[in-house]
Design a protein around this ligand. Structure first.
Ligand code: GRF
Length: 230
């Protein structure tokens, strides 16, 4: 199921808001004719702006309103039913603001990917840009990772960095980081579509033929003389 070499890599993207990461993934699949397809965009919020954008591109959209379910388990069960109808190879979280139950995470083990706006394991949770400013770090960043039951944790697929400026606010820092988020998530989608991403026995990510997955502020990959992984 995970290696999508037979036909297009089927993706379901979960959002809660504007969905700019989702949009950049959809656009790059079209622009680069990637062997991938966003089969559905699903939100827990009916007012998520990204839903309208996805629908305007002819992508199926669904809302699973979390408030209508008595427990996280019930919500996650309903969400999984909707997701599974699209038979995705991967489920991408892109600004999906719900904590998922261990049962949900287990159901999609090795197929559930998230983007988090910090250099994990630093600054899990919310308000990551404020956390970075409070701690005075000079580099901030974002992480694309496999989802595990521990919040904002799990095998790292790619990371990107931006500098922190002396007069940054959480908003300016978030805006600087967003373009790197888009670059790294799209790159991960390329790798997924090419069937190159795997987890080794120590739960470390390997991307066949890729020596470094560290991205610079302009979205390019850092230069390296490291050997390619097999
Ligand atoms: C991004 O910063 C993402 O890293 C975080 O939530 C934000 C979502 O932005 N998880 P968007 O909806 O993709 O524009």
């Amino acid at each position: 199921m995970v290696n999508p070499k037979n036909g297009a890599c089927r993706l379901v993207i979960l959002i809660s808001g504007r969905g700019s990461n989702m949009q950049s993934i959809v656009k790059s699949i079209a622009r680069e004719s990637l062997d991938a397809e966003v089969c559905a965009v699903i939100s827990n919020r009916a007012d998520a702006a990204g839903l309208e954008w996805a629908a305007s591109r002819g992508i199926a959209t669904q809302v699973v309103p979390h408030r209508e379910y008595p427990s996280r388990q019930d919500f996650d069960g309903a969400l999984a039913q909707v997701i599974d109808a699209y038979e995705p190879h991967y489920v991408l979280l892109a600004g999906f603001m719900r904590v998922l139950t261990p049962a949900f995470v287990e159901r999609y083990e090795g197929r559930l990917i998230n983007i988090h706006p910090s250099l994990l394991p630093s600054f899990p949770g919310l308000h990551t840009h404020q956390q970075a400013l409070t701690d005075g770090v000079q580099w901030h960043g974002c992480t694309v990772h496999f989802v595990t039951a521990k919040l904002d944790h799990g095998p790292i697929v790619a990371q990107g960095i931006v500098p922190v400026l002396h007069n940054d606010t959480p908003e300016t820092l978030a805006a600087r980081l967003l373009s790197v988020e888009h670059a790294i998530y799209v790159q991960v989608v390329r790798w997924l579509a090419e069937g190159r991403v795997s987890l080794d026995e120590n739960q470390i990510v390997r991307v066949a033929g890729v020596a470094t997955r560290a991205f610079l502020p302009d979205g390019s990959v850092t230069s390296t003389d490291g050997k390619e992984q097999s």
